[in-house]
Design a protein around this ligand. Structure first.
Ligand SMILES: NC(=O)C1=CN([C@@H]2O[C@H](COP(=O)(O)OP(=O)(O)OC[C@H]3O[C@@H](n4cnc5c(N)ncnc54)[C@H](O)[C@@H]3O)[C@@H](O)[C@H]2O)C=CC1
Ligand SMILES: O=C([O-])CC(=O)C(=O)O
Length: 354
């Protein structure tokens, strides 16, 4: 018996994500919450003949409390999306408050739930959820809070498969994407792609290098590609819903005891980032980078999922010189993004109107 909840369920991501969760056989109850339209979305989905019992809730009459009570898995796609020309960080001023209020609800009504954060900027909203939870006795558990970076992983698989000339096989291509979820903080490790990125006969080393560089850029800025194409009507919704449902499904399978499920996610590092800092030092040498790097307390790494959530955080591992440079280049922005989220909650403590 698993109750899953979507907060922001009436939105561009929320609706298709709710559909995909409705057809997940591991979910027996699905709660949909938004500030608008959830009764309609729930009525619509309730006609699909799958086990999950669906109900929609709005803020009046304790809707957030009702939807969260008994929830084991909470997915948060609530908040505003980008328009062309915006960065994800520019969403912070609106989305930070939304995520803070929803995290407060989770801490109060579903303190043991696994929380999947989609709302941007993920590099800052995940620390917001963690900082809110830390204020409640016995609620914060870094193993249970996940920044969903699966869309970057899916883009990497799709684009690498296309580049290998096997577009139909993208689901079989596994590419770790580490760092965070915005621009240069998204670091695809194409050298670790399985199967490997192919070098067709006749391709010169220079041509291969520029193909890799173009692929990296496309994965890093895949979100912008969609924002531009949607021309003011928002950002990725359908591919994000697919990605969110895929991550939720992996986590549910791991909770049910399936072993060996490994996927990247932006999570808090249990040792405060010490192991990563050591690895980053080695990568800085590889990248010929001489400045001191900030210690990161959050990072998107490959993780093994288990019944408690995060079971094991994998090291970055062996990377190419170019990738070492990309990892190092991601650190300053990641550090700033993380601090922005943490500081926001500290300030909100002093000024409850935030
Ligand atoms: N992590 C990732 O890879 C991705 C993240 N995103 C992010 O997901 C978020 C949502 O995007 P869309 O669904 O396209 O936006 P949208 O505007 O279509 O939907 C957002 C929904 O959130 C609801 N909402 C606003 N305040 C709320 C509150 N306090 N409580 C509950 N619901 C609330 C709105 O009513 C709306 O239905 C954005 O921040 C976007 O940047 C988008 C794509 C990928
Ligand atoms: O680009 C955006 O703003 C939405 C997003 O996070 C993505 O598509 O990766």
């Amino acid at each position: 018996m698993v109750k899953a909840v979507v907060l922001g369920a009436a939105g561009g991501i929320g609706q298709p994500l709710s559909l995909l969760l409705k057809i997940n056989p591991l979910i027996t109850e699905l709660g949909l919450y938004d500030i608008v339209n959830t009764p309609g979305v729930a009525a619509d989905l309730s006609h699909i003949a799958t086990p999950a019992k669906v109900a929609g809730y709005l803020p009046p009459d304790d809707g957030l409390k009702k939807v969260l009570t008994g929830a084991e898995l909470v997915v948060i796609p609530a908040g505003v999306p980008r328009k062309p020309g915006m960065t994800r960080d520019q969403l912070f001023s609106i989305n930070a408050g939304i995520v803070k209020s929803l995290a407060t609800g989770i801490a109060e009504y579903a303190p043991k739930a696994f929380v999947l954060v989609i709302s941007n900027p993920v590099n800052s909203t995940v620390p917001i959820v963690a900082e809110v939870f830390k204020k409640y006795e016995g609620v914060y558990d870094p193993k249970r809070i996940f920044g969903v970076t699966t869309l970057d992983v899916i883009r990497a698989s799709t684009f690498v498969a296309e580049s290998n000339g096997t577009p139909g096989a993208s689901a079989d291509v596994v590419v770790p994407v580490v760092g965070g979820h915005s621009g240069v903080t998204i670091v695809p490790l194409l050298s670790q792609s399985s199967p490997a990125l192919e070098t067709p006969s006749g391709e010169t080393p220079d041509a291969f290098t520029s193909r890799v560089a173009a692929l990296v850029k496309r994965i890093q800025f895949g979100g912008d590609e969609v924002v531009k194409a949607k021309d003011g009507a928002g950002s990725a919704t359908l591919s994000m819903a697919y990605a969110g449902a895929e991550f939720a499904s992996k986590l549910l399978r791991a909770i049910n005891g399936e072993k060996g499920i490994v996927t990247p996610s932006f999570v808090a590092l249990p040792d405060g980032g010490k192991a990563l800092a050591e690895e980053l030092k080695t990568l800085a040498v590889q990248a010929n980078y001489n400045e001191e790097l900030a210690t990161l307390e959050y990072f998107s790494s490959n993780i093994t999922l288990g019944p408690q959530g995060v079971d094991k955080i994998h090291p970055i591992g062996k990377v190419s010189d170019e990738e070492a440079k990309l990892v190092v280049a991601a650190v300053p922005e990641l550090a700033t993004n993380i601090t922005t989220g943490v500081t926001y909650i500290a300030e909100a403590e002093k000024n409850p109107k935030l």
